[in-house]
Design a protein. Structure first.
Length: 401
């Protein structure tokens, strides 16, 4: 299948436009990382506590931030999670707010700060564990079960937690939500000892500062080792300049992708690093296809200029590039739109990476080969002395005489 039949696009004549495009996005990303949003590392790399909270209604970010400040958590990161209809936010403590021994305390501080509206003397049923509910029912024994109380109340507590977390999406809006799952005496007892806050904790991620720092170093090494491995591979398969051009293109793709995360203020997690490594491999594969065709055409078209050969090679592989990259892009775009919040960072990196990776194979890697050859040619001309002028016919006649 071909999208283009015998295309003849002069890509190299547009190299300055390509250079301007790359510079604009690269510089914008670098400026954002240096002066605006920095590199927005997730809890995997920062270390600390990240709590996902579900609210009964649309949360007020300013009110939540005020509650965190009142509790002494001044540098807590607060952001919406998922779509507005989910009514969920992420609340994270920065590394300096936690330590290895106090990470669980950080989670408790977040919950305590949000539970300020609870009636005094009552526990929060929306954030109580099954063990807490069971212990309370055992102490009250509203059904007078006697010796069988422990097992029966354990089953009821687990049923209540399942109703809250699975059926009601993590938060009970009213005690009436439990009418169909527990007997009336149990519900009456729960009304006496528990109240409902307007939120429920859905998930907690806890990473120590030392572990986060170690993960940072490992992520950097993984990207550097992958680029170095690609350089060595292309050096042996082609020539050193091919490897350098491909690695520069991959570095260009990585820089723009990370810059896009900084500009959009999206957190970089371990799954995003996995996406970047996937991007490195994908971009390199696309570049190798173009390089392989250039090498074949150099053998067939020995008298042509390298610029013409590179243009012809890019045009010959253009249909393949558009077909494979287009289908891959549609897949990751669907993943970004419909894959949910958990995969949002991973799919966002791939959406940006597929576009930039395909672009760099044509607009960055290939022009570098031509630029290197032109530089080598100018260097050779400077080193080689100009040929001596040819003798005139009159001088030749005199020499013979």
């Amino acid at each position: 299948m071909e999208f283009f039949r015998n295309p003849n696009i002069d890509f190299l004549s547009k190299k300055w436009y390509f250079l301007a495009f790359s510079l604009v996005f690269s510089v914008a990303g670098v400026l954002s990382m240096l002066f605006w949003h920095g590199i927005p590392l997730g809890v995997d790399f920062r270390g600390g506590t990240l709590v996902r909270v579900k609210f009964t209604s649309s949360p007020d970010i300013n009110e939540i931030r005020a509650l965190m400040d009142r509790a002494g958590l001044h540098s807590a990161r607060i952001q919406r999670f998922g779509t507005a209809a989910n009514d969920e936010v992420l609340i994270g403590l920065a590394e300096k707010e936690t330590s290895e021994a106090a990470l669980d305390r950080g989670r408790a501080q977040i919950i305590s700060a949000l539970e300020t509206k609870l009636p005094p003397g009552k526990q929060d049923l929306n954030n109580a564990s099954a063990q807490t509910i069971q212990a309370y029912l055992l102490s009250q024994d509203p059904m007078h079960l006697g010796t069988d109380a422990s097992r029966r109340y354990q089953d009821m507590a687990q049923t209540i937690v399942h109703q809250r977390d699975a059926v009601q999406s993590g938060v009970l809006k009213s005690m009436d939500d439990l009418k169909t799952v527990v007997p009336e005496p149990v519900l009456a007892s729960l009304n006496q000892g528990f109240a409902l806050s307007n939120f429920g904790v859905r998930n907690v991620d806890v990473v120590g500062p030392q572990v986060g720092k170690q993960l940072q170093n490992q992520a950097k090494l993984a990207i550097l080792y992958s680029l170095a491995g690609m350089l060595v591979y292309l050096w042996f398969r082609f020539e050193l300049i091919y490897g350098v051009a491909a690695v520069v293109a991959c570095f260009h793709d990585t820089l723009i992708t990370v810059g896009a995360f900084s500009l959009a203020d999206k957190e970089i997690s371990l799954t995003v690093i996995a996406a970047i490594l996937t991007l490195v491999g994908y971009s390199m594969n696309d570049t190798i296809v173009v390089f392989d065709r250039i090498r074949e055409n150099i053998k067939l078209l020995r008298r042509d200029k390298l610029a013409d050969i590179v243009n012809r090679s890019i045009n010959q592989t253009l249909s393949r590039t558009v077909l494979t990259s287009g289908l891959t892009f549609l897949t990751v775009l669907a993943l970004y739109l419909f894959g949910g919040e958990v995969l949002r960072g991973f799919s966002f990196a791939l959406v940006i990476g597929i576009l930039i990776g395909t672009y760099s194979s044509i607009a960055v890697a290939a022009p570098m080969l031509v630029a290197y050859q032109d530089w080598q040619a100018r260097r050779s001309n400077r080193r080689t002395p100009p040929p001596a002028p040819a003798e005139s016919r009159r001088e030749k006649v005199r020499a013979k005489a």
